[in-house]
Structure formats: structure tokens, C-alpha cells
Write a protein that binds this ligand. Structure first.
Ligand code: GLC
Length: 478
């Protein structure tokens, strides 16, 4: 049985800011259950992690980590949760702070974490055959694994969850944070900066991203955020594997947060809608279509398109609810909309897991017109709750949502291609037509009921990938 060590910066149920945490929280279970792989996860020990978890941690050991000339202490803890072992690296200077990212010294904090991961390997009662690192926060661990070779024959896989965030610092930090010979600078530097994402792409035996379409998109400058040539150099070792969704966690029949549990019953789903309308002070009617967005309020999520056409769309007999937090520009916009259209629009500028489940369960449509979307989890959750996604055809949205086609009766949602606000408006209007045409709405609902996005397929694709890594002879890059 092969041992895989996941290196990541967030993981449910311990700490989460985005979809990465969901993947790190659910993929190891799928790999263990479906593919008999022995997966463990190593994470930073943030202050943010809830007391209930901290109390259950057991102490493993302490060791010293070099961050350039600094010697920093690292304490290693572990916990077993639902059959998976999680390690936590603790250092109060770097991680006893509010929140998890966004500090001026994030670069140094994650240099420490990655150095500590490599240093911890000799203390674990677990010898990884593969170190599988995720996103920029773990990219350096791949480079350091290749350079220091802490475990004989250990291979590496690097997964890009979002190319936009690369973990970049001035090149002078090479001498400041690493006690490495200058010959290693080339593999860590890009455009005159240390680039942690590049470290992962350049050094890993295999590189993946989280959907086949995003893998294609990343080969082009428009999507690659400056790294397409680095990626194109690795094209024979690069592929996209779509994420799954935890079908146990996101299940309308089992979800304790929603008012009326259901499997496929549209009637019960509608009861959730009327309960929600009541709760939000909206006109109560089963027949008014409810559109929701649950999202970080950032440009990536296509909010500029929404801004251009929402008021026009609100002239229709619809309701529109937004839940999320983010950039001031968008927070103010959605607050303004809710004030101007109190009978149609509601904005909640918070993130509240329980309320988000109610929205998934109550909505008829889930709107996600992303500018780019490596995989996207919300459209999959929406489908789980029998809510029709309306998406832009990019990244994982394109791979998971098939536009409804009246002629063939196929499709589980709605989509449009160009990043154009009126194309979005046209598809929103088309969704209204389908909603009000019983024959089509019934067919679409049937197709949604059949959509399946568990982790089985992805787990088996990762297993195949790990096998290919072992078939590869020698070290690909040094
Ligand atoms: C990032 C991407 C998102 C993806 C998630 C998990 O958050 O933006 O599209 O689903 O990572 O891979």
C-alpha cells in the first residue's frame, strides 16, 4: 500500500477560506476508501483552528527549522479524524494570528511551513512514497523535497487549485530565507521574483490542476497569469483531474441545516423556498423563481457581469439572494440593490454555512458566471440540492454543467461562452422561459436528478496518476 502525504494550507473541518479546504478535507477519504491508498495530511497549526480540535491534538515532537539565518522552533502535533491522520506544524510567531493569510510576511510564514514539512519527515511514523503538495502555499515543499531528498525514492505531485495566487517575493529573499546554493535559484525564480507556485510546477514529477478545461486554458497567456511557458515546458507531465463533491456532507436528505429534507421531491424543495421567503421578508410564493449566488465577492466570480445587467433582470418577476463577503466595490453594490429592490433582492454580507445550505436547498437557480474557475464546487453543491446552475463556460464549470437543450432534452443547467453581460442576461431570461414551460422544467429537473459528482472518478484518476509517477524512471528535473 502506497503512502501519500498531502501538504496544504487549509482543510475542512479544521480551517477553511475556500474550495481548497473542501478538496483537502474530502479527497484523502476517497483515496483511502476507493483506492486503498494510505493518505495523511500536514497543515499549519493556525490559532484560528477551533478549540474542540486543539484539545484533541496529541503532541509528537519538537524540532528546529532553518529559515535562512533564523532558527525557528516547530512543534508537531497529530490527530486522527474519521480514519485519516492529520499533522499540524505549530510555531506561535508565524501562526498565532487572526485569520490565515494576508500578512506582509506570508512569504516567510510559508517558507517556514514548507521547510518544517521537509524537516518533519524524519519524525513521522509514516514514510511517504509521494509528497502531494497543493497550491502556492505548499509549492516550496516540492522544490525542497527535490533538492534535499529527505526520503529516498520519494516522488512529488503538485496540484494547482488557482493560478492567480502564486506566492511571490523579492528575489533577495532567496539568500534571506534559504540556506541553498545559488544553482537552485533558477527553479524557484520567475520574472525576477521567488515564485512558490512555479517551484511546484517546475520541480514536481507530475503536475495537475482541478479540471481538464482549466488545464487547457492554463496553456494560454490569458489564463496563465504569466506562467504558461513554465507549464508548457511540463506539458507531458501535466493534466487536469476534476474535483468531486462530498456527497455525504452535501445531501438534501441528510442536511441538518435545512427546513425540509428531500431527495428528489420538488414539492418539498419548494417548502424550503417558501420558508426562506418568509424568513427573509420576501413575497411568499412557490412560483416566483429564486436565483441565488453564494460566493466570495471578488472579480473572479464574474460580478462585473452581474453589475451590468442585474437591475434589468430584476424587472422580471423573480427573487435574487446573495450571500458572501469580499471586496467593498461588490459589497456596496449588492447592498444598494437590496435597498432599492426590497421585494425582490436580499443581500447578506456574511458567510454562514447553515444559511448557505438553506439557500442551496431553496433556490431554483444558482448563478456563477465566473471570469475563470479552476473547478468550482458551488455548482456541484447546487446540483446536489437539485438547483439548476447558470454558469459561464470556463474551467470546471464547463466540465460539469451541460447547457439544457430543448431539442435533445439533454443538459443539467445553463451556460454561456463569452465574458459578456448581455450574454448572461440572455441566458438568465432563457432560464425563466424554461422554468415557466412545464415540459422543459420537468426534463431539466430529471437531468439534474441524474447528475453525479462524487469523488470516485477523481480518486481513480489520482490513483492512475500516482502509478504513472512510479513508472517514471529517475528524477525528471533537478
Ligand atoms: C480554488 C478554485 C476553485 C476550485 C478550488 C478547489 O478555490 O478557485 O475553482 O474548485 O480551488 O480545487
Amino acid at each position: 500500500m502506497k503512502n501519500i502525504l498531502f501538504v496544504a494550507s487549509e482543510c475542512t473541518p479544521f480551517v477553511k477560506t475556500g474550495g481548497l479546504a473542501d478538496v483537502i478535507g474530502s479527497l484523502p477519504h476517497a483515496l483511502a476508501n476507493e483506492e486503498k491508498l494510505n493518505v495523511r495530511v500536514i497543515l499549519p497549526m493556525y490559532d484560528e483552528i477551533a478549540e474542540e480540535w486543539k484539545e484533541k491534538l496529541s503532541y509528537v515532537t519538537s524540532f528546529s527549522v532553518e529559515v535562512g539565518w533564523r532558527k525557528q522552533d516547530a512543534d508537531l502535533f497529530q490527530i486522527e479524524h474519521n480514519g485519516i491522520v492529520y499533522y499540524f506544524i505549530s510555531n506561535s510567531f508565524y501562526f498565532t494570528r487572526k485569520g490565515i493569510y494576508g500578512y506582509y510576511d506570508d512569504g516567510e510564514r510559508f517558507v517556514f511551513f514548507n521547510q518544517a514539512v521537509i524537516a518533519s519527515l524524519k519524525f513521522l511514523d509514516f514514510t511517504p512514497d509521494i509528497l502531494h503538495a497543493h497550491d502556492w502555499q505548499a509549492g516550496l515543499s516540492v522544490a525542497l523535497a527535490k533538492i534535499y531528498q529527505p526520503v529516498e525514492h520519494m516522488k512529488t505531485v503538485f496540484t494547482i487549485h488557482n493560478m492567480k495566487y502564486q506566492g511571490v517575493m523579492p528575489v533577495e529573499m532567496f539568500d534571506e530565507f534559504f540556506n541553498l546554493n545559488r544553482e537552485h535559484l533558477g527553479g524557484m525564480e520567475w520574472n525576477g521574483m521567488i515564485n512558490c507556485l512555479k517551484c511546484g510546477i517546475f520541480h514536481a514529477d507530475k503536475v495537475t490542476t482541478v479540471s481538464p478545461t482549466y488545464a487547457e486554458e492554463l496553456k494560454h497567456p490569458y489564463f496563465s497569469e504569466g506562467l504558461h511557458s513554465v507549464l508548457n515546458d511540463r506539458s507531458s507531465d501535466f493534466l487536469g483531474i476534476i474535483n468531486g463533491v462530498d456527497t455525504n456532507e452535501y445531501h438534501p436528505l441528510k442536511d441538518p441545516h435545512i427546513d425540509v429534507n428531500y431527495r428528489h421531491s420538488r414539492a418539498k424543495k419548494k417548502q424550503n423556498k417558501t420558508d426562506l421567503q418568509n424568513q427573509l421578508g420576501l413575497p411568499v410564493s412557490e412560483d416566483i423563481p429564486l436565483y441565488v449566488m453564494i460566493t466570495r465577492l471578488v472579480e473572479q466570480k464574474g460580478l462585473h457581469l452581474i453589475q451590468h445587467i442585474l437591475e434589468e433582470f430584476l424587472q422580471e418577476d423573480i427573487q435574487f439572494v446573495v450571500l458572501g463577503t469580499g471586496e467593498t466595490e461588490f459589497e456596496s453594490y449588492f447592498s444598494y440593490i437590496a435597498t432599492k429592490y426590497p421585494d425582490k433582492a436580499v443581500t447578506q454580507l456574511t458567510f454562514d454555512e447553515a444559511f448557505s445550505r438553506k439557500l442551496y436547498a431553496s433556490a431554483d437557480f444558482f448563478v456563477m458566471p465566473s471570469l475563470f474557475e479552476p473547478c468550482g464546487l458551488s455548482q456541484l453543491i447546487a446540483l446536489q440540492y437539485k438547483t439548476a446552475p447558470i454558469v459561464r463556460e470556463t474551467g470546471g464549470l464547463k466540465d460539469t454543467v451541460e447547457p439544457y437543450n430543448e431539442a435533445t432534452g439533454k443538459g443539467n443547467g445553463f451556460s454561456f461562452t463569452n465574458y459578456n453581460a448581455h450574454d448572461l442576461l440572455a441566458v438568465l431570461r432563457y432560464s425563466l422561459f424554461v422554468y415557466h414551460t412545464p415540459e422543459h422544467w420537468k426534463q431539466l429537473s430529471k437531468n439534474i436528478n441524474k447528475s453525479k459528482f462524487g469523488w470516485q472518478k477523481s480518486a481513480s484518476d489520482y490513483k492512475d496518476l500516482y502509478e504513472k509517477v512510479f513508472e517514471q524512471q529517475g528524477v525528471v528535473q533537478s
